[in-house]
Design a protein around this ligand. Structure first.
Ligand SMILES: Cc1cc2nc3c(=O)[nH]c(=O)nc-3n(C[C@H](O)[C@H](O)[C@H](O)COP(=O)(O)OP(=O)(O)OC[C@H]3O[C@@H](n4cnc5c(N)ncnc54)[C@H](O)[C@@H]3O)c2cc1C
Length: 416
């Protein structure tokens, strides 16, 4: 690994809470550019939401979850436990404020503005991940074989036409494919998928957990400090920036970056800062011992499910469920993902299944909260990346490093 870590005395001390993909990448980037960085997590790095994602590096994903017409989908969300979007009745009262903002974000003019922002944020994501993977000594983790989105028929594809048109307007290369093309790209995909769109410029990470671990290892080798501890409180420090209280004691830093994923609101709540973040619970079933039936990410677009070939085995991941941080996973959703895999790839023999649920830290408008907290000098947010945290982590890291280390004015407050 070629790293230039300058330890000049003028370098700021920075604490980063959360060693998911966002916090790990941010800590690595800051340390690489000369800051004294302490990365704190209560668990092993990468064990949060970043553990089990679908591995897609998808700068083409500029379409927010809240699209015009989202209100019409609410009855289905409430009633269909197997639907791609699920809102259990009992969670409705808790979710109403967030959902109201979610619906407001689905207005046509808002969607255009959000798409433009996401396109700009993630424009360089693949190049930046490729460079990062090389720097940390794991170039094999990033693969650039494109993504294939498949539909059962032209009618199903037509329903997504506004989303595809939006992507094309922002220059995403989208190639319409029919059954013969699908067969040549992914021969094992069942005949029920007859049409689709191939995105040749998208990429993937074949082991999202190892990626985070390797980034943290490079961070430590380069002089960063990793602390495994629970952050219980944060507060402004009269002598120096911010204090971070952990079960082991107190640490201070000139700058404090909160990258605690869906748990970030719990850290700033006591300061009177309210973050519009809700967990969009996503599920995966991983088949670690089975040969992947695909050679690239295949999106079963009718179910919004990703099938990902991994370093070992393959993964079926997706679905969105509201329900907060405390409810246990719904086992029916694991069964659903397993069934979808068997339907999509007839005849696949699968062995052991590993089940996992993670909390996507999600904002109503699908835009991450990255930047300073207004009127709290030295406090920064790096959260709210929702469905795109793996994709967006490197851009977030660059933006924060530019702002903190070089005073780049481009970064507006993440929250008032
Ligand atoms: C099923 C599924 C599929 C997905 N697929 C993709 C995909 O293909 N591509 C993509 O770009 N994104 C995808 N995502 C989204 C992506 O995984 C997330 O956006 C991303 O992992 C969020 O990373 P994070 O670092 O913000 O949060 P996390 O990974 O959750 O990390 C937060 C960390 O903070 C720590 N923490 C929290 N509170 C404290 C505390 N008080 N003290 C100490 N530590 C604390 C936690 O232990 C955790 O390690 C997917 C998500 C899911 C669920």
């Amino acid at each position: 690994m070629s790293q230039t870590v300058s330890l000049s005395r003028a370098a700021p001390a920075i604490a980063v809470v959360g060693a998911g993909i966002v916090g790990a990448t941010t800590a690595y980037m800051l340390a690489r550019r000369g800051a004294h960085v302490t990365l704190i997590d209560r668990t092993e790095p990468g064990r949060g939401c970043s553990y089990g994602n679908a591995g897609a590096l998808a700068p083409a994903s500029i379409v927010p979850l809240a699209m015009p017409g989202i209100l019409r989908r609410v009855p289905g969300m409430l009633l269909d436990p197997a639907g791609p979007l699920r809102l259990p009745l009992g969670y409705v009262p808790r979710a109403i404020p967030w959902l109201a903002r979610f619906v407001a974000a689905s207005r046509r003019d808002r969607v255009e503005a959000i798409a433009a922002r996401l396109a700009a944020l993630n424009a360089e994501a693949i190049e930046r991940h490729t460079v990062l993977a090389r720097e940390i000594g794991a170039p094999e983790l990033v693969r650039t074989h494109g993504h294939l989105h498949v539909y059962r028929d032209a009618g199903a594809l037509a329903k997504d036409a506004p989303a595809w048109a939006l992507r094309e307007r922002y220059g995403v290369r989208c190639e319409r494919v029919e059954r013969a093309d699908i067969e040549s790209l992914e021969p094992r995909l069942g005949a029920c998928y007859r049409t689709g769109v191939f995105l040749p410029d998208q990429a993937m990470v074949v082991n999202p957990f190892r990626y985070v671990q390797q980034i943290v290892r490079a961070f430590v080798v380069g002089g960063g400090r990793l602390v495994r501890d629970e952050v219980r409180a944060i507060e402004p420090d009269l002598a120096r920036g911010w204090s971070v209280h952990t079960s082991e004691g107190r640490q201070t830093a000139d700058h404090l970056i909160l990258a605690a994923g869906a748990q970030t609101p719990l850290l700033v709540g006591p300061l009177g800062v309210r973050l519009p973040i809700e967990s969009q619970r996503g599920y995966h079933v991983t088949f670690p011992d089975d040969a992947a039936p695909v050679s690239r990410i295949v999106v079963l677009a009718d179910r919004k499910v990703f099938v990902t070939p991994l370093e070992r085995g393959f993964r079926v991941a997706g679905t969105v469920e509201f329900g907060g941080l405390l409810r246990p996973p719904d086992p029916r959703r694991f069964a659903l993902l397993g069934r979808l895999a068997r339907e999509a790839f007839p005849g696949i023999a699968t062995g052991e299944e590993r089940h996992w649920m993670g909390h996507r830290p999600s904002t109503p408008d699908s835009l991450p909260l990255v930047g300073p907290v207004a009127s709290r000098a030295g406090l920064w947010l790096a959260t709210g990346h929702g469905h795109l945290g793996l994709t967006g982590a490197v851009s977030t890291a660059h933006a924060l490093a530019d702002a903190i280390l070089e005073g780049s004015p481009a970064l507006a407050p993440a929250i008032a």
